[in-house]
Design a protein around this ligand. Structure first.
Ligand code: NAP
Ligand code: F7E
Length: 347
């Protein structure tokens, strides 16, 4: 039975990947960092099923090389999926040192641990479209587009990308970078914009709050559905030779479009009034303002336009996205609607 180690198993991607590998018959090991509050909501269900002895959790941290050595020595995985990271781009401007420690040096810690233990396992490194500048003239972005990150997060991830390549080329290790564009789901953290909108509009609809505050509504992202992206990560490790891939839908939408689509799902008729910081989203039926701009959500620097070209993955991995933008929004908003209803019954 193949053994896979997932760092960041409790996050959005880690939880979907754990499910996917479990279904494929893997013995799944997840690295979790210690927290004062329970941080395994996304994977709880995996422990309530038959054969739950195929999922194991171990405490460790990307910034603590000793914990990585201990875990890798104990597990001896065939595949490692390095998903653990301080993944919030805006927050990376507040905590750039920690972001560099976990997202850049953490990758080096992992590669060194595998090299020194001489385990010979395959490694997937979670890279990102935040490596690109977001300049529309360079879109759609693919494996050949130049990198020009705009945030401490992007720079830390660029180090992770390059050091993974260096270890692949210097030590003949099987290490691959997945340059993944934004991918979302009902398990997305609530501070990322898609989930913030999905949760926020449901709370407005149920009367729990009056309005929500957002940042740059004109920013454009290539949003896909997270579980499909985890299949691509697995496929990348099943290739004969290690290579990097862009994974994206090839469609781009603005934050404003995401809000409009989410409003349709909840039968809210939204109209926009004003410009810049004074722009407001108004519910036509009630006349109430439901969206306002708060400059605290702007970033010191922004990646404005992302649209990925995943032709290489389509050809070599035989991977393509299945969920449309419209369906993704529906999946997320309806999941939060059910959650909101359950919550209202319980409280
Ligand atoms: P996520 O939900 O934020 O999950 C990240 C996970 O990493 C969390 O479980 C977190 O644990 C853990 N973690 C953070 N710092 C750690 C550390 N120092 N040591 C050990 N664990 C640590 O992120 P995601 O959306 O699943 O993304 C997975 C990976 O893909 C990340 O590396 C992200 O940067 C990258 N990525 C994501 C996207 C996307 O659109 N989702 C696109 C491109 C790349 P806690 O729960 O304790 O915080
Ligand atoms: O922002 C704009 C914001 O935080 C998307 C991470 O998974 O994907 C993610 O990074 C856009 C940005 O994701 C708000 O300015 C407007 O332009 O949801 P986000 P992200 O920064 O694209 C990449 C690929 C990763 O690798 C990262 O780990 O939405 N925006 N108003 C807002 N964003 C947030 N968070 N909150 C707002 O109120």
């Amino acid at each position: 039975m193949k053994k896979a180690l997932i760092t960041g198993i409790g996050g959005q991607d880690g939880s979907y990947l754990a499910e996917f590998l479990f279904k494929k018959g893997y013995q799944v090991y997840g690295m979790l960092r210690r927290s004062s509050t329970f941080n395994c909501q996304n994977i709880e269900h995996l422990f309530n099923i038959k054969e739950s002895n195929r999922v194991h959790l171990l405490y460790g941290d990307m910034t603590d090389v000793d914990s990585l050595l201990r875990i890798i020595k104990e597990v001896k995985p065939d595949e490692i999926y390095n998903l653990a990271a301080q993944s919030d781009v805006r927050v990376s401007f507040d905590i750039p040192f920690y972001t560099a420690q976990s997202d850049a040096i953490g990758v080096l810690n992992l590669l060194e641990a595998v090299k020194n233990l001489n385990i010979g396992c395959k490694i997937y490194q979670a890279s990102t479209s935040e490596l690109f500048s977001g300049d529309k003239r360079e879109a759609p972005q693919n494996e050949k587009t130049s990198f020009n990150p705009k945030s401490p997060y992007g720079v830390a991830k660029l180090y992770g990308f390059e050091i993974a390549k260096v270890y692949r080329e210097s030590y003949k290790m099987f290490v691959v970078n997945g340059i993944f564009f934004n991918h979302e789901s009902p398990r997305r953290g609530e501070n990322f914009v898609t989930r913030k909108i999905s949760v926020g509009l449901n709370e407005i609809k149920s009367g729990k709050k009056e309005k929500m505050f957002l940042g740059n509504l004109d920013s454009k992202r290539d949003w896909g559905y997270a579980p499909e992206y985890m299949e691509a990560a697995w496929k990348m490790l099943q290739q004969k030779t290690p290579q990097d891939f862009v994974i994206a839908t090839g469609e781009t939408h603005s934050v404003r479009e995401f809000i409009e689509e989410a409003c349709k799902v909840l039968d809210i008729d939204i109209t926009w009034k004003g410009k810049g910081l004074n722009e407001k989203g108004i519910d036509k039926k009630t006349g109430k303002t439901i969206v306002e701009i708060d400059p605290q959500y702007f970033r010191p620097n922004e990646v404005s336009y992302l649209c990925g070209d995943s032709r290489k993955a389509r050809k070599i991995l035989n991977w393509k996205p299945k969920t449309s933008f419209k369906d993704l929004v529906k999946i997320m908003v309806e999941a939060d609607l059910r959650r909101e209803k359950r919550h209202n019954i319980c409280c």
